[in-house]
Design a binder for this molecule. Structure first.
Ligand code: 0L1
Ligand code: MG
Length: 255
């Protein structure tokens, strides 16, 4: 049976708020990426009606490791709201989520508007600071399984994020070691070069892809560039830390 897009957006929003998985949209109907982005925008509108504020965007599936982990072969994006931001060093409550995973990322904080087709140099000039980051992804679909349209409709699986202290914008981020540790032991190790060959490309893609949806990156916005490695499932009691060479660390505990 075909469902109207607002009905789907509400179903995903309910799944998120109740931390209860829902079935894949593709079980009922084919959802292409464009339709997925329309559903995503409607879902974010519901959050804004509850008082949430957009604070940036996340880029998803920007590395081979991530694409292979979930079997979707295209870069995606999603919106970040203030309610998704968590305090660095804080605690994440496992039961607030369905099947959360953590991934090591780099984030950019912007100092100006950035929209449409921009060069790498223009993107670099729009960076106020670079920070180590952790994205918590939590697919609202059963078994963390989805098509491209499904995952885009689900805000590209984004659920929460942590960012660390700000590093200077001119730090060379071409090929930095990135380590995600659990309880002090390295679990996933990668390089910032795994993010589209250079994390700055994720910012260029963010400006271009969001503009297509009429979304503009504003000064102060946070842009998560995407993960350098596969994501790690979270269980209570874990201490999670991401270290990005030359930039810094960010950590949290799972309760
Ligand atoms: O941030 C990401 O790369 C996640 C995008 C969606 C796919 C997933 O849930 O892993
Ligand atoms: Mg991510």
């Amino acid at each position: 049976m075909m469902n109207a897009l607002p009905v789907i957006a509400k179903r995903l929003d309910d799944a998120n708020r109740s931390a209860t998985a829902t079935h894949q949209l593709s079980d009922d109907q084919h959802v292409d990426a464009a339709t997925g982005y329309a559903i995503q925008a409607m879902g974010i509108e519901l959050r804004q009606q509850r008082g949430e504020r957009i604070v940036g965007v996340k880029m998803g599936l920007t590395s081979r490791a991530k694409m292979e982990q979930v079997g979707v072969d295209e870069v995606t994006w999603g919106r970040l709201t203030d309610a998704m931001r968590r305090e660095e060093g804080g605690t994440l409550v496992r039961t607030d989520f369905i099947h959360p995973r953590a991934e090591p990322e780099i984030a950019f904080v912007l100092n100006r508007r950035l929209t449409g087709e921009v060069s790498m140099a223009e993107a670099a000039l729009a960076i106020e600071a670079v920070t180590p980051a952790i994205e918590i992804i939590d697919s609202r679909y059963e078994n963390f399984k989805f098509s491209l349209g499904d995952v885009v409709a689900d805000n590209s699986s984004s659920a929460a994020f942590f960012i660390g202290s700000y590093a200077r914008p001119d730090v060379d981020i071409t090929n930095l070691g990135m380590v995600l540790s659990i309880d002090g032991m390295p679990r996933e190790v990668g390089s910032s070069a795994a993010i589209l060959g250079h994390p700055l490309r994720a910012l260029v893609a963010a400006a271009r892809m969001t503009a297509r949806a009429g979304h503009v990156l504003e000064p102060g916005d946070i842009v998560l560039a995407g993960a350098a490695t596969a994501a790690v499932p979270l269980t209570p009691g874990m201490q999670v830390e991401v270290e990005v060479q030359d930039i810094g660390r960010v950590r949290f505990d799972v309760s």
